[in-house]
Write a protein that binds this ligand. Structure first.
Ligand SMILES: Cc1ncc(C[n+]2csc(CCOP(=O)(O)OP(=O)(O)O)c2C)c(N)n1
Ligand SMILES: [Mg+2]
Length: 349
């Protein structure tokens, strides 16, 4: 039987009867909670600054992608999750996500410097950090791979009925990868508990969203799969935390996947070897001055009555933690040569 195509004017919205998640509310944090988020964001910032220095000094080899500017995303989302029950997976810009999950800065820094005490025994480096204990499944260098793997993790949560949700992070660039859409299709079809968190930091290496994305509103990328999406101010930790709550309620209730587009910005180049000539200084400066997530939290804390001295004391405390992590990472021994033969897949599967 021939089908009559709908005329464009008659076309109905793609998902007319689809239940929609509620509009997220900015999270109402207590002073203590906001102090906690502030502390975590500051830890990520100072850790990354120190990692940049250690890279410059030659202590860190290979690739190193810093998360400076994007701290509110990992902290806002992961603070709402249950460590051990839920799972997290991300790309190569992964140090901040590990810190936001409460993993010891010493073993993260030691991984960066390739030491045996590192979280992947010094054999993974910046892009390949892993902690099964925390439900943290990497650290992946293949752009977009974490989306399919994260969908698989969500399948595991559903199959074993463990109540967990997978949070799968990826970038605006990765959002153009084919495997992302294969994953979207299966995830919605099987109603898998997965949150797709698109960290839209406006650039994929040196390519801006304007130059690469036919649909730059990334929260809409799931529409043809009937996956709802929400756009979030990724420079505001409380807005992110509020959206995390909606996404977790949605996925935990068995309603399937959801997309969060976090609008954010990275202050540094793509990696340590990128001089970032594709954007102006003014653009970076304007984000730093007007939207910085740490400064925004700081202002809010002051308005809540937190004294400047208390904030200074936190800064000092965080600096000490990072200095100690760096010292540990510089002095810890490298892996034994015999480690070359461990963790290598040799069996047939
Ligand atoms: C399959 C694949 N293609 C290309 C690359 C090279 N590459 C590494 S990072 C990157 C840009 C990704 O940008 P985005 O997803 O926006 O993440 P961001 O770096 O901004 O966090 C590219 C193209 C790769 N690692 N893997
Ligand atoms: Mg990007």
């Amino acid at each position: 039987m021939a089908r009559t195509p709908k005329k464009a004017a008659e076309a109905v919205p793609l998902t007319p009867n689809r239940e929609r998640p509620p509009e997220p509310q900015r999270y109402q944090a207590s002073k203590e909670e906001l102090l906690g988020f502030y502390r975590q964001m500051l830890l990520i910032r100072r850790f990354e600054e120190r990692a940049g220095q250690l890279y410059g000094l030659g202590f860190i080899g290979g690739f190193c992608h810093l998360y400076i500017g994007q701290e509110a995303v990992a902290v806002g989302l992961q603070s709402a999750m249950e460590v051990g029950k839920d799972s997290v997976i991300t790309g190569y810009r992964d140090h901040g996500h590990m810190l936001a999950y409460g993993i010891d800065p010493k073993v993260i820094m030691a991984e960066l410097t390739g030491r045996a005490a590192g979280i992947s025994k010094g054999k993974g480096g910046s892009m390949h950090m892993f902690s099964v204990e925390h439900g943290f499944y990497g650290g992946h260098g293949i752009v977009g791979a974490q989306v399919s793997l994260g969908t698989g993790l969500a399948f595991k949560h559903q199959y074993s009925a463990d109540g967990g949700v997978c949070l799968s992070y990826f970038g605006d660039g990765a959002a153009n990868q084919g495997q992302v859409y294969e994953s979207f299709n299966m995830a919605e079809l099987w109603k898998l508990p997965v949150i797709y968190a698109i960290e839209n930091n406006h650039y994929a290496m040196g390519t801006s969203v304007e130059r690469s994305a036919s649909e730059p509103e990334f929260y809409r990328r799931g529409e043809s799969f009937r996956i709802p999406g929400i756009q979030v101010d990724g420079m505001d930790v409380l807005a992110v935390r509020g959206a995390a709550q909606v996404a977790l309620d949605w996925t935990r209730a068995g309603k399937g996947p959801i997309i969060l587009e976090l609008k954010t910005y990275r202050y540094r180049g793509h990696s340590m070897s990128d001089p970032a000539k594709y954007r102006t200084r003014e653009e970076v400066q304007s984000y730093r001055e007007n939207q910085d997530p740490i400064q925004r939290a700081e202002k809010e804390l002051v308005a809540m009555g937190v004294a400047e001295e208390e904030l200074k004391a936190i800064d000092k405390e965080i600096k000490d933690i990072v200095v100690e992590a760096a010292k540990f990472a510089e002095e810890a021994p490298e892996p034994e040569a015999a480690e070359l033969y461990t963790d290598v897949l040799v069996e047939n599967y």
